[in-house]
Design a protein around this ligand. Structure first.
Ligand SMILES: *Cc1c(COP(=O)(O)O)cnc(C)c1O
Length: 452
């Protein structure tokens, strides 16, 4: 018989089944499997920590999103936001589901080309497009979403030198009733900047205005803000039709739909308050349909949804390194998962569940990462059953932004594994090795030798 572990008894508030003033009751069920693959097996085979992506969830998310929009609007196109997760396997799942690419840098642009996306299906956003990037995008007939006037003039000059027509859209920022307003990208609607650049584009003979774009924010909890934004873009498009007798072929509503994560300080969990993709689809499509577009001339609707498609397809498996009491008596648990690979722990209270069965006792716990840094806190308060060294935990909803914003710091970055539809596992990114770092470092000759 195994040695029984001693668990310190404690007095705690009784949690009833009904929602109380702290929200719904926290459920303590272990997360033993991800898509029918045992978490312990994954950790044994691929190591810990380990990012795991569910192809099944990813495909079902994009299909649901398409359905939500296509059942309400005649012409819909999704474009995958590369910066949300540009792992090639993830991008290719979305491209297989019909998504174009949405990129915000030359590096992302090259990654999309390398994935086999044709130039005309890459939407190029962002404030940082070098002359070389622009030249490449114009040559490949990509659509450039102009961010500022300096870019407008650069495109005009480069396209002129190449003697090649270029398809452009502008990014528009606007007051949608959600503050702070994201007015640093693109041209403002209310103060006339948008019209100013539109007039210049329409008067240029080398640029064709094909679309209007906005991306009003990220982790947006208000579908109505999208209705306002869609209404304003429709107004611009109709104004262009009236003034120049020119029709834009698409309206691009960007991304930003909230996922099911819980923002720090939120009163209720994200699963309870985040609007569904249907709520966003309803707001956007009804604003477009009830605008003054002629019935049979509705523009193509483009969506650049990122986090809402990939967040809940991603898991991070971690292991308990140790438990200790803080000086004030609080329980703390140290995991092998640091904030360097879980960037989103700075703004979310991630759901974290043990991967093995446990006893009924729970205690408020601080979850630390392994970094030798005071800010390395994964959760500052979480009610968890008692975990022991070597136990595994699963961190949920980590598919968006972590595998792009993670950094190599103190530790090396872990593997990413994809579980395919059949339940087979594939390494889609190797763990980082010391050699990967040495490959890019250089030691000057005079620093090569030393004696101690
Ligand atoms: C980041 C970004 C997106 C995706 O945003 P999510 O919040 O991940 O949905 C879409 N479009 C643009 C221009 C972006 O910068």
């Amino acid at each position: 018989m195994d040695k029984q572990r001693y668990e310190r008894p404690l007095i705690k508030k009784l949690e009833s089944n009904m929602p109380n003033k702290f929200g719904t009751r926290t459920e303590y069920l272990p997360k033993t499997h991800i898509d029918d693959v045992a978490v312990t097996e994954l950790a044994d085979k691929y190591g810990s920590p380990l990012f795991v992506l569910s192809e099944k969830t990813l495909r079902s998310n994009i299909r649901n999103a398409k359905k939500a929009f296509e059942t309400r609007y005649p012409k819909v196109q999704f474009a995958w936001s590369y910066k949300t997760n540009y792992n090639d396997a993830v991008c290719r799942v979305l491209h297989q589901e019909g998504s174009w690419a949405e990129v915000v840098s030359g590096f992302e642009y090259d990654k999309a080309l390398n994935n086999g996306v044709e130039g005309s299906k890459i939407l190029f956003n962002g404030p940082d497009k070098t002359d070389d990037d622009l030249k490449k995008a114009i040559t490949n007939e990509s659509i450039i979403h102009i961010d500022h006037l300096d870019e407008f003039y650069a495109i005009k000059e480069i396209a002129g030198n190449l003697n090649k027509d270029v398809n452009v859209a502008i990014r528009v920022n606007m007051d949608t009733g959600v503050y702070p307003m994201w007015d640093r990208f693109g041209f403002n609607f209310e103060n006339g900047q948008a019209w100013d650049v539109l007039n210049r584009i329409m008067r240029s003979d080398i640029m064709t205005l094909v679309g209007l774009h906005t991306h009003i924010g990220t982790f947006m909890l208000s579908p109505n803000a999208y209705a306002v934004a869609a209404g304003k873009l429709a107004e611009l498009a109709i104004g262009i039709k009236e003034k120049f007798d020119h029709e834009v072929s698409y309206i691009d509503m960007g991304g930003g739909f909230a996922s099911n994560n819980t923002l720090k300080g939120a009163y209720l969990p994200g699963t309870d308050i985040s609007p569904s993709i249907n709520d966003f689809a309803e707001a956007i499509t009804s604003a477009l349909i009830s605008s003054n577009f002629e019935h049979d001339k509705l523009p193509l609707l483009i969506l650049e949804t990122g986090r809402a498609l990939v967040d809940d397809a991603g898991y991070l498996i971690g292991s308990v390194l140790s438990n200790k009491r803080l000086s004030d008596g609080r329980r703390s648990t140290i995991l092998d998962v640091g904030v360097n690979i879980l960037f989103t722990s700075f703004w979310y209270d991630h759901k974290i569940t043990p991967a093995q069965p446990f006893t009924q006792y729970t205690e408020d716990t601080v979850l630390y990462g392994p970094l030798c840094m005071n800010i390395d806190i994964i959760r500052d308060h979480i009610s968890l059953p008692l975990l022991n060294k070597g136990d595994k935990v699963v961190i949920h909803n980590v598919g968006a932004y972590n595998m792009t914003q993670w950094m190599q710091f103190i530790t090396l970055r872990p593997k990413i594994v994809l579980i395919d539809i059949e339940g087979n596992t594939h390494i889609i990114r190797e763990d980082e090795k010391l050699q990967n770092l040495l490959d890019v470092e250089k030691v000057p000759d005079h620093l090569k030798d030393f004696e101690l």
